[in-house]
Design a protein around this ligand. Structure first.
Ligand code: BES
Ligand code: ZN
Length: 651
């Protein structure tokens, strides 16, 4: 076996077929009907329709040994092209299982920054239907996060999970890694007997004796939604079709935190039609998970930082559930139209939140995000790519992750909210419902969306709307809908008063007189603002409103009364630690900041905190030292982003 692997490793490094680049670059003015520049595969000529995986998950050498059996629709191609990155290929065969013949293969050179990886080319006959790739993962399989037992809650069993979006599935499975192609999949997975395996598919709820699990995903999905997790997992059901998987120690708090899920599913179905995937479960991962949530079909992956104890961060679950329509059912054809996934999902998430918690809460959530969008627009305008504030992106030659900004999410959602206001909610809801129905299990691009918008909504309602400005121009159009929240205005006032030297948080003693029998009695009343008086988004607004050079005395005063530095709420901690890094208070709460950075791997939190620490000369070295300590237990997604940030912030 060893020699075998060595031989193919050489092949992987030195094979020299020139990287074949995609057709001609798209010409100026051409819009969203472009090719997928983030995949080498040729699904237009030959496309996988079903993928069967045979996987042996080996924790000792942190390797998955696999066979990827592609059943393909061949339109007469003489080569099948697959994506791979950080994989070792042992051999390729052609034909049905058991009737296989070994085939030639050619592995192209790696692209310069190893973002896209390599094309794996298999010469085939015009009637070839089955291509099987025997492979193993390596240390450079960035989708995989292998966790030592000490990084889990139980601290006794190891854990593995994958993160495929945007283009990391090719780092653990050789396949056609383009969202433009949809496939069904099945898998036979072998894991250590004391662990449970789950996938983005129909899942077991209990471990079995032999550690062998079979999975089926019978609805066609894009490659980035194939996902696997292996760990000491238990299951809690909320209803016959929803529940949560977590390590046993975390399960009770997960069961409590996410108990709104059945209500959310009902609300979502009422809005935009039936949930199409049968089961909807959540898997709560270890802290290193780089995202808040990931919408793997039938099994949303979730970050344990969502377990705030007070259900205050469940909008992330509403978001991932909404992806079961926007993203998983109707999928962006290339990463240039990522907004069609995320903008629709944020819009839908806010609608689910509105139906369960009311319009006031939903508007608060939207406004907090709108605030972030404003900051993002300023950042993008000054950046190397000011064109990134268009909804339709041009990410050719770049990492698709660059498109993961508030533009896709928040500008996208506000675009839809603005159209909703123009045509009225009921017309807009019927339109969206029809959109999901029409494009279900298909992929879409911006131009297809526009055509549908024109014919199914604007023409019917006799309205005109400058959608091109929103989709193909930078910045935020003037006609953007304006939301208003009295509660957030009050929070800003609280912040302003506090800065103006008010003792806003100290107990206020007052006396009233109360009649007791014939006498009057003086009653002492103590009033004090408490953390629980407001929701976390209100406190976020309070912190954001504070001047960036707030004095140490004021910072201490907040900590004395509200204990922000020791909060259990990760959203609040992020906001507070950024301010602390900016104004030097990090000297005081350094231990808490370091503890947070060492524990949590969610990129959304790590990036702003590291950035603020790195930009302040007083804390730059501390940030780098903390990163060097913590980086081995971050997922590659977060690790790579912070490494880049360290370089970029260097003077
Ligand atoms: N699909 C995304 C996560 C993602 C996007 C992973 C692009 C890789 C590439 C997921 O649905 C998401 O948006 N998660 C957010 C939470 C959401 C409430 C905004 C996150 O992780 O913060
Ligand atoms: Zn999302």
């Amino acid at each position: 076996m060893k020699a075998f692997i060595g031989f193919f490793f050489v092949l992987l490094l030195f094979s020299s077929c020139d990287a074949l680049h995609k057709d001609d670059p798209i010409s100026e003015g051409q819009t969203s009907s472009d090719t997928d520049f983030h995949s080498y595969a040729n699904p237009n000529e030959i496309a996988t329709t079903h993928l069967h995986l045979e996987l042996d998950v080996n924790f000792e050498n942190e390797t998955i040994y696999g066979v990827a059996r592609h059943e393909m629709n061949n339109k007469g191609a003489d080569t099948a092209v697959f994506d791979m990155n950080g994989l070792m290929i042992q051999k390729v065969t052609i034909g049905k299982k058991g009737e296989e013949e070994e085939a030639d293969m050619f592995i192209d050179k790696m692209d310069q920054d190893s973002t896209l990886g390599q094309a794996l080319r298999v010469p085939i006959k015009k009637d070839t239907k089955y291509v099987n790739i025997y492979y193993q993962t390596t240390e450079r399989s960035d989708a995989l996060d292998w966790l030592d037992p000490k990084l889990t809650t139980s601290k006794t069993k190891p854990f593995l999970y994958t993160q495929g979006q945007a283009i990391l599935t090719r780092t653990w499975i050789p396949l056609q890694d383009s969202p433009s192609n949809r496939i069904t999949y099945s898998a036979d997975v072998k894991v250590p007997v004391d662990l449970l395996a789950v996938m983005s598919a129909k899942n077991p709820t209990h471990k079995n004796k032999d550690g062998k699990y079979h999975f089926e995903m019978n609805k066609p999905i894009p490659a980035y939604l194939i996902a696997l997790a292996v760990g000491d997992l238990e299951y809690h059901a909320f209803s016959p079709n929803s529940g949560v998987y977590a390590e046993p120690e975390l399960l009770p708090s997960c069961a409590n935190e996410f108990d709104a899920i059945p209500k959310m599913i009902t609300a979502a179905e009422k809005l935009y039609g039936p949930y199409q995937w049968g089961q909807y479960d959540i898997l709560v991962l270890p802290y290193s998970f780089p995202f808040g949530g990931m919408e793997n079909p039938m099994l949303t992956f979730a970050n344990p930082t969502l377990l705030a104890g007070d259900k205050s961060l469940v909008s992330v679950i509403a978001h991932e559930l909404a992806h079961s329509w926007s993203g998983n059912l109707v999928t962006n054809r290339t990463w240039n139209d990522f907004w069609l996934n995320e903008g629709f999902t944020v819009y839908f998430e806010l609608r689910i939140m509105e139906s369960i918690y009311g319009k006031e809460v939903s508007d608060i959530l939207a406004l907090v995000e709108f605030h972030e969008l404003k900051d993002e627009l300023t950042r993008i305008k000054k950046s190397k790519h000011p064109e990134d504030s268009k909804l339709h992106l041009s990410l050719e030659g770049r990492n698709p992750d660059d498109g993961m900004t508030d533009i896709a999410y928040v500008k996208g959602a506000f675009f839809l909210k603005t159209i909703e206001k123009l045509v009225g909610r009921s017309a807009f809801d019927s339109f969206l419902k029809k959109y999901f129905q029409t494009f279900q299990f298909k992929t879409v691009d911006s131009d297809q969306f526009i055509a549908f918008l024109k014919s199914e909504l604007l023409a019917k309602q006799n309205k005109t709307f400058d959608y091109n400005q929103w989709i193909y121009q930078t910045g935020l159009p003037n006609n953007c809908i304006q939301l208003h929240s009295e509660r957030l205005i009050q929070m800003e006032k609280l912040a302003d008063d506090f800065v103006k030297n008010k003792k806003s948080f100290a107990p206020k003693v007052s006396y009233t007189w109360k009649k007791v029998g014939r006498r009057k009695k003086k009653i002492k009343k103590i009033q004090q603002i408490k953390y629980e008086d407001y929701i976390v988004q209100e406190w976020q607004t309070f912190i954001r409103r504070l001047p960036r050079n707030l004095s140490m005395e004021k910072m201490k005063e907040i900590d004395r009364y509200l204990k922000f530095s020791n909060s259990e709420n990760s959203e609040l901690l992020m906001e507070w630690f950024v301010l602390s890094a900016q104004n030097g208070y990090a000297k005081v709460n350094k231990a808490q900041i370091q503890a947070f950075l060492s524990k949590v791997g969610r990129r959304k939190y790590l990036m702003p905190i590291y950035e603020a620490l790195l930009l302040n000369p007083e804390t730059r070295n501390m940030a780098i030292a903390t990163f060097n300590e913590a980086k081995t237990h971050y997922h590659a997604v977060s690790r790579n982003s912070i490494e880049l940030l360290i370089k970029e912030t260097k003077k």
